[in-house]
Design a protein around this ligand. Sequence first.
Ligand SMILES: [Zn+2]
Length: 545
Amino acid sequence: MLLFIRVLGWLLILTLYWAMDWLNFLQAIKSALVGSLFILALSTWTLRDGRESRVGRSLNLLVVFLFLVINGFHSFLRDVFGVAQNDIIVVEAIFNTNPGESSEFILQNFWSLGKHLLIVILAAGLYWFLLAWRPVLFRRSSRAVHSNESGRGRIITIPAVLFTGLLILVHLNPTLRKENPLLYFPIRYAKWERYVKNTRALQDNITAAVGTDSSLATMSYSGEGPRTVVFLIGESVTRLNLSMYGYSRKTTPELESIGPHLLQFTDVITTLGSTVGDIRLMIGPATRERPELYSVKPDILTMASKAGYKTFWITNHSTDIAGSLAIIADHADVTVNVNRGGSRGEGSHDEVVLPEFSKMLDDPAPLKFVILHLLQAHPAFYFRYPESFSRFNDEDDAVARTLRADGRSLRARKMRNYYDNAILYSDHILKATIDLCAARVDQPIAWLYVPDHGEDVGHYSNFVGHNNRVPSMFEIPFLFWKSDRFSLDLPEKENLLARAYQTDLIDHTLLGLMEIEGDYYDPSHNVLSPDFEPSPRTTAGKPYP
Ligand SMILES: [Zn+2]
């Protein structure tokens, strides 16, 4: 009976977390299984004929409390950032931090942290009630039954051995093992160490490969005179939410004001649905069939340098600070990180890149290649725009009505509004970068924008976040603009804009724009070339469409 109440209490707590959408279903099931087995195994050893010593009860409460703390940590991450606890971003953030950053993080998330901590304490209180008060309620009957017995009660041996055995068994499974709160941080620390080691090995690989790569020697500039190529890498933008692509909310008014000079491709997809994974495929010879090439072949910055370009990487994105993207960003002649974090409950809005970008456009080098890496609509969406862009928060328009009619949760609908605010702000920033280019009337400049991947913002269910089972994760905008002085022979517009393209081949389009030729350039993969030929496409390993 007592065992039953305890397990039921644990399941009830998890069900409440799941109902609040703070835990995903799979996570709740795993915690339910491992937590229940812990409670059963421990209780069968400490309970003697329905009674339990103070030590036994305390031990039981301690174990459940540890589970609740880890559970609260998962929920906090999911609630506030929409990330899973095993995300490398989280692991990296935990083990790569310093006291200043930690205190900023706590300040920035004070209320959410407090809320989840309070819930953990309340849940522990509920469990303590089940532990401590239930026996009191049953005390009279227990005493009646056991009053004739003397000495210590017996352990219920068979269930104790059985549950302990089962508990050991689930620990053989690496996924379930991670749910044990005592192993939580050690397992993740080991993962972090492996990650740092791999990064170092990767760095050595790339340096060695570039030194001996005979194909790199063939890459050279075949054009005449100066030119500047700007490549903007966005974040988590699905074309489904851009009014220029047919979304009923006016989310891209500024880009639409440019008119036909802005080329808008209608059938471009990304490959994996993850920031680092997709960008690695974009900025070098690595492809969906051969993703490993990113670690042994020169990236596009290295090729551009070889051909005589001065290269720049301006980032407002946290992924560029450590790991493989940081290594590639460091290959630019000038690398600038403008993300300074923030301690006032706000993110680093993308406008911080504009002054640096303007400065780079004025650099006297005749051949320039600039990569701008933006945060755009990265979760948490509401940190991505200034207050003046929160236009859709209380909107009761066709989008809001459709979401309601489809039964979307309040959270999913709110997230959609925040997401659309972030898109509206991104529209403003993208237009600002084009304005800066257009103001340099003497310079031949090409401007190309593509996000790393899309996003799922209640498009198919209540789910909000990265979801590589749905099309909105891969169907992305692809925009091209050039100044009048930038010479380029483009095919006829109607055929051009409907071309089926995938961003793992975008390095060929960039090389084409830079007029760099050699072994790593194949015009049939350049979406702007008259020689373009479509290739079969896959998303997350499955054929598309
Ligand atoms: Zn991303």
